[in-house]
Write a new protein. Structure first.
Length: 300
């Protein structure tokens, strides 16, 4: 499970940085978190295709988080996408997107479903491979964070070993559940001889745009990787609070309180060219804090 950063800046594109967008990959499926302007170009640039992209989640309706969405949907249509697309976002987004389609007399050639986010927290998607929940954060307008959880899929089959012991592929589903195999001659093939431990559950929390607050801690406690915005450095803490944003030090405090294993920092203000002070300030509170760098995929 990994997250690829396509945009790490706030408000404006600046210093080669783009507005918010990330892609979380789980077992070969891609989920997009926010879709700022330039997302399509960033996908091209970093070789990400939308073939595996079935879900898009928009945290709130400030333009730097969704202005890339109409263009992306339009391109999917022009290129004759056939796979379904599910978009989750604030209720007003449905009409905005529909109007853009209607005025151009565009009828989408693929199944498209809009799912309005509820006010509070909710389970949005639940598949055998992963789940996505939303939770409210505190911003100037209604805003949600998201938790993506990778589920376990049983034990991992070792095909070569199965061949050695003569375990047929028709038994693989039962092997994944941990069963031993008994050959027609009555010999017991121990499960651990032909499988190994499967991937463990993993959780990634995307905390979107928010004030520094403990209000959503219950939703993000114990996550493997926590992404938190840090629009400003601590010297600008007053400005951060007035604009419902967070500083690098505060983001690190939140990650520490949440007992997160890894912290990614993003949504940097356009007033900063050099980002290393963000990393240094956060690392004083949360050692190992990393900047979310565009084009980089981070293991979760
Ligand atoms: Zn923003």
């Amino acid at each position: 499970m990994k997250v690829t950063i396509l945009g790490n800046n706030s408000a404006l594109p600046a210093f080669g940085r783009h507005p918010s967008c990330q892609i979380v990959s789980v077992y070969g499926e891609d989920l997009m978190l926010d879709c700022g302007e330039g997302t399509q170009m960033q996908m091209h640039r970093y070789g990400l295709r939308w073939r595996n992209l079935g879900y898009i989640f928009i945290s709130h309706l400030h333009g730097d988080h969704y202005f890339g969405l109409p263009g992306l949907i339009n391109s999917m249509n022009l290129l004759s996408r056939t796979a379904p697309l599910h978009v989750f976002g604030p209720p007003a987004l449905e009409g905005i997107l529909q109007q853009i389609l209607d005025v151009a007399d565009t009828v989408l050639c693929f199944p498209y479903e809009f799912h309005p986010l509820p006010e509070g927290s909710a389970l949005l998607v639940d598949t055998p491979s992963f789940s996505v929940t939303c939770f409210p954060v505190e911003h100037r307008i209604s805003c949600h964070g998201f938790v993506v959880e990778r589920k376990t899929r049983g034990r991992k089959i070792l095909p070569d070993r199965c061949g050695d012991y003569g375990v047929p592929s028709t038994f693989f589903d039962r092997l994944k559940q941990g069963e031993d195999y008994v050959t027609p001659e009555g010999m017991v093939v121990k499960n651990e001889w032909v499988t190994e431990a499967g991937p463990s559950p993993r959780r990634y929390a995307y905390c979107a745009d928010t004030l520094f607050t403990e209000s959503f801690l219950p939703y993000v406690t114990g996550v493997d990787t926590l992404y938190h915005e840090c629009t400003y450095l601590d010297a600008d803490a007053e400005k951060a609070a007035a604009r419902f944003h967070t500083t690098a030090r505060q983001a690190a405090q939140l990650a520490r309180m949440a007992n997160a294993k890894q912290l990614l920092l993003g949504h940097f203000s356009s007033k900063y060219r050099d980002l290393d002070p963000f990393r240094a300030e956060a690392a004083e509170v949360f050692p190992g804090a990393q900047l979310a760098v565009e084009g980089v995929a981070y293991e979760i």
